[in-house]
Design a protein around this ligand. Structure first.
Ligand code: GDP
Length: 352
């Protein structure tokens, strides 16, 4: 599974600068990842994990593959986008497919860069949310006309609730709906039903003024502070130089890395690992996934023909220095179809 985030914001807030940083880094590692295609408006970010580094070293693997996040640039989300102003409509269609929306707001001051939105990040955020509400209202109208022939009272009642909320600028994710009601509307992929995070692109010389992890409240919401300029500079540096540069700023890691980790938490995702002489690799699954599903993220045949999983926790694997001693010490567990995977499990699957 490949977590995908749609990056949305007004023009001139620094989205492209952030993307360029991602693309620069991508060139260095992309050969490792068997992606079918990467569209021009997409970037792949590695989710660095010290556990993967350690396993890679222990197994003397030929390759190291981290989990990844796909960022999709949703350009052109401006006031009026929902009615098709600019390129809004075409780009909004992209957001339907993403797992999470990253709103990027302008927090830097530069008189030379025209400001497209209002003068406050919280007002800009409201405009962006309103555009998404309007787009969802359009989807509701479409849904109503499509379903007119087939009577579905349950759906009608949810759509009525949603319409009322959206008309009052309330996001669908914030409406009190039952599980059954949410199931009823799942197929429409409503934009305001998606989880979101807020990033503020602040002046590079302001970053050091905040305690890590750097976030601040805007209104009732928590926003993560990033600097597109700093990310862009980091992307041109070696690992060692990055560390030095970050520490000169008083940071332990790049703010964007922190944001991506927070996105994993937000979406309730965990990682399990496979490790051997060929490669050490991190896989992303939803917390609560059972062993066959986890196997299925590696290959669909693994899920269909699942027999059992051999599992060791990360802590034990390091403590007992690998598979052999884990087995001797009884730390290697044989798990069946009902086993619920835990974050940091190291697994080998047996299948037909
Ligand atoms: P986009 O329209 O949201 O993609 O914004 P861009 O990334 O193209 O940035 C618009 C302009 O703002 C460019 O000239 C950038 O160099 C500038 N810019 C982006 N981030 C920063 C920043 O953190 N500080 C300053 N001073 N300028 C920035």
């Amino acid at each position: 599974m490949n977590l995908s985030c749609g990056v949305a914001g007004f023009p001139n807030v620094g989205k492209s600068t952030l993307f360029n940083a991602v693309l620069k880094k991508q060139l260095a590692f992309i050969a490792n990842y068997p992606f079918a295609t990467i569209e021009p408006n997409e970037g792949i970010v590695e989710v660095k994990d010290a556990r993967v580094d350690k396993l890679f070293e222990m197994s003397k693997s030929a390759k190291k593959i981290y989990s990844t996040v796909k960022l999709i640039d949703i350009a052109g989300l401006v006031k009026g986008a929902s009615t098709g102003a600019g390129l809004g409509n075409k780009f909004l269609a992209h957001i339907r497919e993403v797992d999470l929306i990253l709103f990027v707001l302008r927090g830097f001051n530069d008189e030379n860069v025209i400001r497209e939105g209002s003068t406050s990040p919280s007002d800009d955020l409201e405009v962006l949310k309103t555009e998404l509400c309007l787009k969802d209202l359009e989807t509701v109208e479409k849904a109503k006309s499509e379903k007119r022939k087939v009577k579905n009272e349950k759906l009608d009642s949810v759509l009525a609730k949603i319409t009322h909320a959206l008309n009052n600028n309330k996001l669908i994710s914030q409406i009190d709906l039952s599980d059954e009601e949410r199931k009823e509307i799942k197929e429409y992929c409503f934009l305001t039903n998606k989880p979101y995070m807020i990033l503020i692109n602040i002046d590079e010389n302001q970053i050091s003024n905040f305690q890590f992890p750097i976030s601040k409240q805007i209104g009732k919401e928590e926003a993560y502070l990033v600097s597109a300029k700093i990310e862009n500079e980091l992307a041109s540096l070696s690992d060692e130089e990055q560390k030095e540069y970050l520490s000169s700023l008083g940071l332990k890691e790049a703010p964007l890395t922190h944001v991506i980790r927070a996105a994993f938490n937000k979406l309730n995702l965990i990682q399990f690992f496979t490790t051997g002489i060929d490669e050490t690799r991190s896989w992303t699954i939803v917390n609560g996934s059972k062993a066959p599903q986890a196997a299925g993220t590696i290959h669909t045949d693994f899920e269909k023909g699942f027999i059992k999983a051999e599992v060791v926790s990360y802590g034990d694997f390091v403590k007992y220095e690998g598979w052999v001693k884990c087995k001797e010490s009884g730390k290697l567990r044989i798990e069946g179809r009902e086993y619920i995977m835990k974050d940091g499990d190291i697994a080998e699957f047996r299948f037909n």
